[in-house]
Design a binder for this molecule. Structure first.
Ligand SMILES: Nc1ncnc2c1ncn2[C@@H]1O[C@H](COP(=O)(O)OP(=O)(O)O)[C@@H](O)[C@H]1O
Ligand SMILES: [Mg+2]
Length: 263
């Protein structure tokens, strides 16, 4: 039987103390899926992405990648919340498979562009400097920033910094790429160059989850759109279904607010 499921998320919950942010997320990510996640501020979109690469440890629920459960299950655990335990080594393995690009780029300010891209390859993947340099230059070329390799991030525009961050994530050869509002902190005229790079990745058939407020981009980019609200996937469907013909009132209200003005 052909099985092209890359990641399966079942019953995912996340609590911060009394704050119950994710309330049972179920999602199957197939190879080549481009999933756009939209939703109000504070609804838990970032928390969900962060759970998927285990920057946050899920409170409850399972995440499987390539058919393998992340963490070790203890069926006789005292409580549901202790049922799955995560070792540092298993989390390291996940983070190699699941790359992330952040709203605030998160580049190292004291390293050049090239050093930023090389760092993970050396530290996490154990590549030699020469190997890491070769891989990094290839990725910098891909995002159109080869000529900036020796520059420090502070000398770059926001759009360029974000493209470096994308090159850095790509260099690790992740199976899934997560983007958390990658254009939200950019000046409007710089948004396009970053979306173009993301679009090229889509053309390559990469598997991506993208949290964004760029609904127009989401419409063209995604094969699946999720409207996230109250810690659950409130409405899921094709871009046509969710963005153009939302069935649920909350989704309709949300999308309406983005399309209040036409010209
Ligand atoms: N590390 C944390 N500790 C406590 N609360 C958090 C933490 N991270 C996020 N939250 C809270 O979880 C909720 C969802 O946040 P977030 O996932 O960032 O939402 P979104 O990305 O949709 O704007 C918010 O109320 C936020 O304050
Ligand atoms: Mg967020």
């Amino acid at each position: 039987m052909m099985n092209d499921t890359l990641m399966r998320i079942s019953g995912l919950h996340k609590k911060f103390g009394d704050l119950h942010v994710l309330k049972g997320v179920d999602l199957e990510v197939k190879k080549g899926d481009r999933i756009a996640i939209i939703g109000g501020s504070g609804s838990g979109k970032s928390t969900m992405l962060r759970c998927l690469n285990f920057m946050e440890i899920p409170t409850l629920g399972k995440i499987e990648i390539d058919g393998e459960l992340i963490g070790k299950e203890y069926p006789n655990a005292r409580s549901e919340e202790e049922r799955i335990r995560y070792s540092e080594s298993s989390l390291c393995a996940v983070r190699k498979k699941v790359g992330m690009v952040f709203q605030q780029f998160n580049l190292f300010p004291h390293m050049t562009v090239l050093e930023n891209v090389m760092e993970g390859l050396i530290q996490v993947k154990g590549q030699s400097k020469d190997q890491a340099r070769e891989t990094s230059l290839k990725q910098l070329k891909k995002v159109g920033l080869l000529e900036k390799q020796d520059v420090y991030p502070s000398r770059l525009s926001g759009g360029q910094q974000q493209r470096v961050a994308i090159a850095r994530a790509l260099a690790m050869e992740p199976e899934i790429l997560l983007f958390d509002e990658p254009t939200s902190s950019l000046d409007p005229e710089l948004v396009g160059e970053v979306l173009n790079v993301i679009n090229e990745l889509a053309d390559e058939g990469r598997t991506m989850l993208l949290v964004t407020h760029e609904l127009g981009f989401a419409y063209h980019f995604a094969n699946k759109v999720i409207f996230f609200a109250d810690g659950v996937l409130h409405e899921v469907g094709t871009p046509e279904e969710v963005l153009k013909h939302p069935q649920k009132e909350r989704t309709q209200d949300f999308i309406q607010r983005f399309t209040a003005f036409h010209f």
